[in-house]
Design a protein around this ligand. Structure first.
Ligand code: FPP
Length: 251
């Protein structure tokens, strides 16, 4: 029998995970490997982000969370912080209309008070414009740190207890979850980190309790649909038991 060339046949349709969260790492190393400024790595990172959101929607993923600026990123040189802030501004200005047309709903998690007011306004504008969209939800983690998010939730619960609105005995994991930044977004099924680093770096620590973690060597600017599909295939080979004995289906 002749050998069949299957290289051009699309991979079989698969059940997509509902929520994929991504630590987009390696922009700087991608640039350094090419003798380019780090800023160019971040710019190409935005292109990878566009590709990935489009592919995720086509694959049938319902929620994508991206780590776009961490609470710890303020310690980078001022010029790089400016560049990342400028990229967010441009991303919203240039891409919001397209995202809206594609029925993407934009959500933002992270600490807003200390942000430049103009950025704060853009984030609200993106959320407001897209709030009724029923396509993929893009959760942008901006000025985000998971420990800070949990501390904010604890503070707000303590305020409710002090007012007498909540009894201390009523605090359980469900309640803490309801005080996080996006309580209605389901926990990520899959967390992908690019660039070969293997840690969570203060990303979604509460929500990641049962997430599958997939680490890929690709630097973020090179990430594409094929890399996303490969990570999803790896996820599907894992058995998710949520602390029990019986494997749950991979979605
Ligand atoms: C990590 O690469 C990436 C970041 C700190 C920021 C991620 C930002 C983008 C992909 C573009 C911005 C997108 C929006 C919507 C603002 P790194 O700089 O840590 O790379 P390195 O570890 O190789 O130095």
């Amino acid at each position: 029998m002749p050998e069949v060339d299957i290289s051009n046949i699309a991979s079989p349709p698969f059940q997509a995970p509902r929520h994929v969260a991504i630590i987009m790492d390696g922009n700087g190393r991608w640039a350094a490997a090419r003798g380019l400024p780090r800023a160019e790595g971040h710019r190409r990172g935005v292109e990878a982000l566009r590709r990935t959101v489009r592919a995720a929607g086509e694959i049938g993923i319902r929620f994508v969370t991206i780590f776009s600026f961490s609470a710890e990123n303020w310690s980078r040189p001022a010029s790089e912080v400016r560049e990342l802030m400028g990229l967010l501004r441009r991303f919203i200005r240039n891409d919001l209309a397209d995202l809206h047309k594609s029925k993407v709903r934009v959500r933002v998690i992270g600490e807003r008070q200390s942000l430049d007011p103009e950025i704060g306004r853009l984030l609200v504008e993106a959320e407001e414009l897209t709030k009724d969209n029923d396509g993929l939800t893009l959760v942008v983690a901006f000025n985000y740190g998971a420990r800070q998010e949990i501390a904010r939730a604890a503070r707000r619960i303590a305020e409710e207890v002090a007012k007498g609105a909540i009894k201390a005995e009523a605090i359980d994991t469900d309640m803490v979850g309801r005080f996080l930044d996006a309580p209605d977004v389901p926990d990520p099924d899959l967390i992908i980190r690019t660039s070969g680093e293997q840690r969570l770096s203060n990303f979604l620590l509460w929500q990641a309790a049962y997430s599958e973690l997939v680490f890929v060597p690709t630097y973020w600017p090179d990430f594409d649909r094929a890399a996303l599909e490969a990570a999803i295939r790896e996820y599907q080979q894992r058995e998710r038991r949520f602390g029990g004995l019986v494997a749950k289906t991979g979605s």
